[in-house]
Ligand binder design. Structure first.
Ligand code: NAD
Ligand code: TYD
Length: 339
């Protein structure tokens, strides 16, 4: 099987490529990635000379590039996206372009190439928040920020290709992923690397919001299963049920690193902050999915990876990241009285 993986230089895509090449000796992977600030070919260092792997630098919105990359592929796994909620609040346009229009370009090319599987990687954030239940795939979508709204747009478009053209689309809705190689804008790598550097941890609002911290390798094995056994036209939640409140997660990181709680700074909340995400992954479990990492194990594995891999993240925290960090946090930290 030759798979077109898009966004494969990012966090989840690169973990997926490495896992899939290791477990499927006969596969070939073409990785199409635009290399935005979040794309990093270092993540694929281990496989770059593997003859089953090929990198194509390009944008999923570019029809010509996509058509060429798609040639000879049997399946597509679309990870390519703008992914950070805070950035989407500041500047939504790029999210609409990649996360909706880009999906359209990929779907058209994949249909023309007659691929046998198209996995659209979506997110639990399309359901919006819930205080008490865990959403099933039948529940209504209620995205509440430009990131989750554009992801909902992308997956609805993908599902429309199943209904309209009988095109074999499968949608996965993953929970918050943690693990190696996540860009340090997301909360766990941000807090871990800040704590290592004795910088403040900007906790939004009261810190009582809750996420399901699913290990990236568990997410990737779920996608692997969907490629093999997922039913076209269906949607599958991918969440281990690893719930933890932000304040508890922050304490866990500081405890593991032996750093003081005085590093925690409660800062002005994110606009429209979704209080809790929760999904029910029974449908995927029925296909045989069994996550390996529990809550603490997933978070601690991540923290330890960042401790051991300063050479990976230190260079990322300069340049573009620095500018973003100043924009996003300077005023908040000043308001909170943190230097
Ligand atoms: P990421 O931000 O780490 O990586 C995104 C990758 O996509 C980067 O390599 C980037 O260069 C590439 N990219 C962006 N725009 C592109 C374009 N127009 N054309 C080609 N490549 C482009 O993201 P991630 O955390 O690895 O997320 C991957 C996918 O999984 C996304 O679709 C995201 O919505 C979804 N998802 C993420 C999480 C999470 O917790 N990170 C959870 C559920 C679902
Ligand atoms: P994030 O990693 O951005 O993922 P998402 O918003 O997609 O779930 O944030 C996870 C949680 O951490 C979310 O409740 C917001 C919170 N958070 C902070 O408190 N401070 C921060 O600096 C960041 C980035 C997130």
């Amino acid at each position: 099987m030759r798979i077109l993986v898009t966004g494969g230089a990012g966090f989840i895509g690169s973990n997926f490529i490495k896992l899939y090449l290791a477990r499927h000796p006969d596969c070939e992977i073409v990785n199409l990635d635009k290399l935005t600030y979040a794309g990093n070919l270092e993540n694929l260092h281990d496989v770059e000379s593997d003859e089953r792997y090929r990198f194509v630098h390009g944008d999923i919105c570019d029809e010509a590039v996509v058509a060429t990359a798609m040639r000879g592929c049997d399946a597509v796994v679309n990870f390519a996206a703008e992914t950070h909620v805070d950035r989407s609040i500041g500047d939504p346009a790029g999210f609409l372009k990649t996360d909706v229009f880009g999906v359209h370009v990929l779907l058209e090319a994949a249909r023309a190439a007659d691929v046998s599987r198209f996995i659209q990687i979506s997110t639990d954030e399309v359901y919006g928040p819930t205080l008490d239940c865990a959403f099933t795939e039948e529940d209504r979508l209620n995205p509440r920020n430009p990131y989750s709204a554009s992801k909902a747009g992308g997956e609805l478009l993908a599902r429309s290709y199943f209904e309209t053209y009988d095109f074999p689309v499968i949608v996965s809705r993953g929970a918050n992923n943690v693990g190696p190689n996540q860009y340090p804008e997301k909360v766990i790598p941000l807090f871990t690397t800040n704590a290592i550097e004795d910088l403040p941890l900007p906790l939004y609002g009261d810190g009582l919001q809750e996420r399901d911290y699913t290990h990236v390798l568990d997410h990737c094995s779920g996608i692997e299963l969907l490629l093999a056994r997922g039913v076209p036209g269906e949607v599958y939640n991918v969440g281990a049920g690893n719930h933890m409140k932000n304040i508890e997660m922050t304490h866990l990181i500081l405890e593991e690193l032996g750093k003081p709680e005085t590093l925690i700074k409660h800062v002005r909340d994110r606009a429209g902050h979704d209080v809790r995400y929760a999904i029910d992954a029974t449908k995927l479990r029925r296909l045989g999915w069994e996550p390996e990492f529990g809550t603490k194990a997933a978070i601690l594995d991540t923290v330890r990876w960042y401790v051991a891999n300063e050479a990976w993240w230190k260079p990322l925290k300069s340049g573009e990241f620095r500018e973003y960090y100043e924009r996003q946090y300077r005023e908040r930290l000043d308001e909170a009285g943190a230097a």
